[in-house]
Design a protein around this ligand. Structure first.
Ligand code: ZN
Length: 297
């Protein structure tokens, strides 16, 4: 385990305990989320280091990386995911009609394949070797390990996307530097993350599936994302809600809290969360941030 001594957003070093919770998904170990006393950034501390963290992904049911269709939650996940590809593609269309796209954390490559089939030039980064292999053989995609990002880019990209990936990245600032290096001048980064300031997080508390400890190292809010990207010379263009996530996250949270599905209750809480967000500064369960790289960098 590694102890964090410096806030990744503001650089200060005084933190308080925010919440104690467990890895409900896999190890059942206990973990602590702290809040920065200066800027309120929420993060896991202490945390498994970059090597240890791989132990917490070792499950055949970690559905981001597999295509198993067992169980109701998995079924919903796959339906939502399919619909999401089209929504994500439509969003990219509003930035540019055709261009080049790098998806960091592309998993098994379904979204990239969708964009490729619609005329985009695409490339992926994926640390999981099995997922990488699947994307290459199944869809004939160019997918590389994370180490590629340390090299100078052969081509720069119009759009770089990270769909629920940034919260898994150990070193935030070096990653944002890499995004900057791989983006064209005036290129756009699309960053989707769970929102720790949403109503379903308040309802489920330590059982909120959006915490996903210890795989999620950071628990972003609109405030922390804006501060992080502003100091790295990006400008926010737009914030877009992911309204299906409140339902999916509530379903998982119900399971963690009660051991049962409780689909009706989960659906109700998902609905309550979305309704609340509408009148509360767009604090939906998950948010997509569209950020433009300031030119000349
Ligand atoms: Zn801070």
């Amino acid at each position: 385990m590694e102890q964090i001594h410096t806030c990744a957003i503001c650089g200060k070093n005084s933190f308080s305990v925010y919440l104690e919770s467990s890895d409900y998904f896999l190890s059942k170990e206990k973990f602590t989320i702290v809040t920065c006393d200066n800027c309120e950034f929420l993060f896991l501390n202490p945390r498994p280091d970059a090597v240890e963290i791989s132990n917490y992904y070792k499950s055949e049911e970690y559905i981001s990386h597999s295509n198993t269709k067992r169980g109701v939650i998995n079924k919903v996940y796959h339906i939502v995911r399919k619909r999401n590809h089209k929504n994500k593609y439509n969003l990219i269309q509003t930035i540019k009609r055709k261009g080049t796209l790098l998806d960091i954390g592309c998993a098994t490559g379904e979204f990239l394949n969708y964009c490729k089939n619609n005329g985009w030039k695409v490339m992926g980064i994926e640390p999981d070797e099995d997922a990488q292999k699947f994307a290459k053989t199944q869809y004939n995609l160019d997918v590389f390990p994370e180490s590629l990002l340390n090299e100078a880019p052969a081509n720069k990209f119009d759009v770089i996307s990270m769909w629920h990936v940034l919260e898994h990245v150990h070193l935030l600032e070096p990653r944002i530097e890499q995004i900057k290096t791989y983006l064209q001048n005036d290129g756009v980064a699309i960053i989707a993350v769970p929102n720790a300031a949403c109503k379903d997080a308040e309802i489920y508390k330590e059982f909120w599936a959006g915490y996903d400890l210890p795989r999620h190292l950071y628990h972003f809010t609109q405030k922390s994302i804006l501060e992080l990207f502003k100091k790295n010379e990006f400008t926010l263009i737009e914030t877009i809600p992911m309204k299906f996530d409140s339902y999916y996250i509530s379903m998982l949270s119900e399971k963690y809290k009660t051991g049962k599905g409780n689909l009706v209750k989960a659906f109700l809480n998902g609905y309550i969360s979305n309704r609340w967000a509408k009148g509360n500064n767009n604090n939906y369960s998950s948010l997509i941030f569209v950020l433009k790289k300031n030119s000349g960098k």
